[in-house]
Write a protein that binds this ligand. Structure first.
Ligand SMILES: [Fe+2]
Ligand SMILES: [Fe+2]
Length: 284
């Protein structure tokens, strides 16, 4: 069986390319049986699911997925008085829809001859911050990155700035994953976990940009690496940071398969070549 992994396709931002055609041809050329998207395929769950349904019509591979943060984005709504209405409930609804969908890797782990492959979105809890766990969340909530720069605040949490919501979301994600890991351990197969978020700050390339260190907090949680170690996970496919890498960290092979925004690509005019370069293929 040949399984391909990719993420951060952002097909609505990268609108110069026909991704249905590109992925169908890529899977045909490489004899891919299952194609797994690790989140941020489009903005909002409806667009993302529509893309998967369209792709499935012409793609030889079975399309599977886990949600990223962009799948949870909802349009900011205003009531008659012009006040913003919370979008948090809507985001949660779409998250659950993706997690329970027939394409969900979280609901349908894959078993090959030697591997069991699990999926979970993951989240961030500011454990990438050097001063973690002694954090002042109120102070963090007032930082510019949190208030202005980080769009999750607006489009997932209904413009509510409260970093503790993310801490709770991370805990829920860890709890779901631990249940899957406990069951996977019993199969005696090698365990691979697909997450949208990063499991350790060791996956981050350090860039000297304004607010970069604060923004790095929003890329994942170190508690995922701890959980991977507890259950002897051999491999993690991750994304979200748009920083492709493949590294062995504390005995775990971690591969970032972010396709990223068009301007970040090497082959700006050739999506198929960029996909081929980004995908990780497991043959088993
Ligand atoms: Fe992304
Ligand atoms: Fe993301």
């Amino acid at each position: 069986m040949r399984i391909a992994f990719i993420a951060d396709v952002h097909e609505d931002y990268n609108h110069h390319h026909d991704f249905v055609k590109c992925f169908s041809e890529f899977c045909e050329d490489n004899k891919i049986d299952i194609l797994i998207f690790a989140g941020d395929t489009s903005t909002g769950a409806v667009k993302t699911l529509y893309f998967y349904r369209q792709l499935q019509k012409s793609c030889r591979a079975k399309v599977m997925q886990i949600p990223g943060n962009h799948e949870l984005y909802c349009e900011l709504k205003k009531n008659l008085a012009g006040e913003r209405i919370q979008t948090m409930e809507e985001s949660q609804h779409y998250f659950e829809r993706l997690m329970q969908d027939e394409t969900s890797l979280a609901a349908h782990p894959i078993e090959t001859k030697n591997w069991i492959i699990l999926g979970e979105c993951g989240w961030y809890d500011f454990s990438f911050d050097p001063s973690y766990p002694n954090l002042d969340y109120q102070k963090l909530s007032k930082k510019k990155v949190s208030l202005i720069r980080w769009p999750d605040r607006k489009f997932i949490d209904g413009n509510i700035v409260d970093e503790k919501l993310d801490v709770a979301r991370t805990q829920e994600s860890l709890d779901r994953l631990e249940k899957l890991l406990a069951a996977a351990k019993k199969t005696n197969k090698k365990i691979m976990v697909v997450t949208h978020m990063l499991p350790t700050p060791q996956c981050i390339k350090k860039w000297r940009l304004p607010y970069f260190n604060t923004a790095a907090n929003y890329l994942g949680s170190s508690r995922f690496l701890e959980l991977f170690k507890k259950y002897d996970v051999e491999m993690n496919i991750c994304a979200h940071s748009h920083m492709r890498m493949s590294k062995e960290i504390e005995g775990i092979r971690i591969v970032n398969v972010s396709l990223g925004y068009n301007y970040q690509w090497k082959h700006i005019l050739d999506a198929k070549a960029e996909i081929a370069e980004t995908c990780y293929i497991l043959e088993d």
